[in-house]
Design a protein around this ligand. Structure first.
Ligand SMILES: [Zn+2]
Length: 135
């Protein structure tokens, strides 16, 4: 039986938005920048994990999204200041808001990945669930 081919590291599973328990099934049906928006699978196609752990579970992802936004805005503000030396507030506002819009699909996706991978107590990687299914 082949078992080692699909092993992903924690970072690979995070970056590719895989199931936190088996690192095999995809979390999202759609790509990050699809016009119709991002849709999630209800359960993992490999191990059957239910992604929405309880009603309203993904509301918690808003806090992760908020943290991502703040980190991006602070980084941008420092970068604009260092690169341009400008003190014109409109330069900062327009660049930061523009980038926030462009990054919002990224924030939406990775706030949910962060929630499932890092912020949920009792949800961990189970190597035995990563094995190929018995046929
Ligand atoms: Zn899974």
């Amino acid at each position: 039986m082949k078992t080692t081919e699909h092993k992903l590291t924690a970072w690979q599973a995070f970056a590719h938005a895989k199931c936190p328990r088996c690192r095999r099934g995809d979390l999202f049906i759609t790509g990050m920048y699809e016009f119709k928006g991002q849709e999630m699978h209800k359960t993992c196609s490999h191990c059957g994990l239910v992604y929405e752990r309880e009603p309203g579970y993904f509301y918690v992802a808003m806090f992760a999204s908020y943290a991502l936004n703040v980190a991006e805005m602070v980084t941008l503000a420092v970068a604009i200041s260092v690169l341009t030396g400008s003190s014109n507030p409109w330069l900062y506002v327009s660049i930061i808001l523009g980038v926030a819009v462009v990054l919002s699909p990224f924030n939406y996706r990775y706030s949910r990945v962060m929630l499932l991978h890092w912020l949920t107590p009792g949800l961990h990687f189970h190597p035995e669930m990563s094995e190929d299914k018995a046929e």
